[in-house]
Design a binder for this molecule. Structure first.
Ligand code: PLP
Length: 384
């Protein structure tokens, strides 16, 4: 029987690495996890307490397709307090992780055959979800010359006015690179002048190491902002995210959300209202990421890994491993088998140059990071 072409999208390779690491653990061998793009901490205490209260006290049935009002109101307050931006709760749509937000945004904003620019290297699911929807993902190659973010000339080279959308994450995965405020404004002006819908993936906001983040919606009412409770809020498995939508997309997104998801998980929504009051615990996580980052930036060069993207935010170091391999998948498999350190091959993020790159996540414990550095130094010392 027929199987659709749209389902023929690539796997999300990091999930395959996670599977190999889990198999190793099942056999009783230890793994130092640097592959997973998720915090090594549970949800903050306030969220867990709120979830327990909700379990006892709430029906936990379906919610409005766009999310419960108290959560949308709390998100609005967050925009005012953190970014100084005033929004109405109607512009917020709560989603099943930011992953669902991409699907809803792409469906509401674009038609099959439309062109949406994404960065290479970049988060692989953008390309894969667009592909499944028959929307053309136009890759904008970025590299060290522009700190792994696009210049206006690079957008011109990717088609400029022919584009229907542009999606950028800042801080980015896998590079951790960030757009500076002036660059964000220039890109928004570029898009506005050419009717290009700007989609801002702000999932790594609040995980930064010095530079400030500014939300796209502060500068452009037509931008779609996508965010999530997965990273800063340490709630990956609760599957909750949100969008800030332009007026004209509210009803289309609501109709799509009603039909595709009915609502985001109810328990997670009730609990997440408390997440915004847990900044003490959450900022302590970020302080640990910062210490891990300092350690890796000092120690990885001693292992011969000394070419990185600027890790200005998020919790990744994207390292050039060309001097060791041109097959990062095999390299990572061997590294896991011989050292117990799990990391993600760059192939996931960059179909062209990714095979000579590896992404190390430093969201784990400080002890694990230090031990991983020791083992990599030993192992790569022998590899050269
Ligand atoms: C840049 C980026 N966007 C979106 C996501 C998806 O996150 P979630 O669906 O958990 O919100 C991830 C996950 O790693 C990511 O790195």
């Amino acid at each position: 029987m027929k199987i659709s072409n749209r389902g023929a999208i690539p796997p999300f390779i990091v999930m395959d690495v996670m599977k190999a690491a889990a198999e190793r653990e099942a056999m009783g061998a230890g793994v130092l996890h640097m592959e997973v793009g998720q915090p090594s901490t549970p949800a903050p205490g306030g969220v867990i307490a709120a979830a327990k209260r909700a379990l006892d006290g709430d029906l936990l049935g379906y919610t409005l397709a766009t999310g419960i009002l108290p959560l949308r109101q709390r998100i609005v307050r967050h925009y005012l307090e953190y970014y100084g931006v005033t929004l109405s709760p109607e512009r917020i749509c709560v989603t099943t992780g930011s992953s669902a937000a991409f699907l809803l945004t792409f469906l509401a904003a674009f038609d099959p055959g439309d062109k949406v620019a994404i960065l290479r290297p970049g988060y692989p699911c953008y390309r894969n979800i667009l592909g499944a929807l028959d929307i053309e993902a136009v890759e904008v190659p970025v590299g060290p010359d522009s700190r792994f973010q696009p210049t206006l000339a690079a957008l011109d080279a990717a088609g400029g006015g022919d584009l229907d959308g542009l999606l950028i994450a800042s801080p980015a995965n896998p590079t951790g690179s960030m757009l500076r405020e002036g660059e964000l404004r220039a890109i928004l002006n570029y898009c506005r002048a050419r009717n290009i819908r700007y989609i801002s993936d702000e999932i790594y906001h609040q995980i930064t190491y010095g530079g400030a983040t500014s939300t796209a919606v502060a500068h452009d009412e037509n931008a779609v902002v996508i965010n999530s409770f997965s990273k800063y809020y340490s709630m990956t498995g609760w599957r909750l995210g949100w969008m800030v939508l332009p007026e004209e997309m509210l009803r289309p997104v609501e109709r799509l959300a009603q039909n595709l998801f009915i609502s985001a998980p109810s328990l997670a929504q009730h609990a997440a209202v408390a997440a915004f009051d847990c900044s003490g615990e959450l900022d302590a996580n970020v302080a640990r990421y910062a210490r891990n980052r300092d350690l890796l930036l000092a120690e990885l060069p001693k292992a011969g890994l000394d070419r990185f993207a600027p890790a200005d935010g998020a919790f990744y170091i994207y390292a050039d491993v060309a001097k060791f391999t041109d097959d990062a998948v095999a390299f990572c498999a061997k590294m896991l088998a011989q050292t117990g350190v799990a990391a993600t091959p760059g192939n996931d993020f960059d179909p062209v140059n990714g095979a000579s790159h590896v992404r190390f996540s430093f969201a784990g414990s400080e002890d694990d990071m230090a031990e991983a550095c020791r083992r990599l130094r030993d192992w790569l010392g022998k590899e050269t």
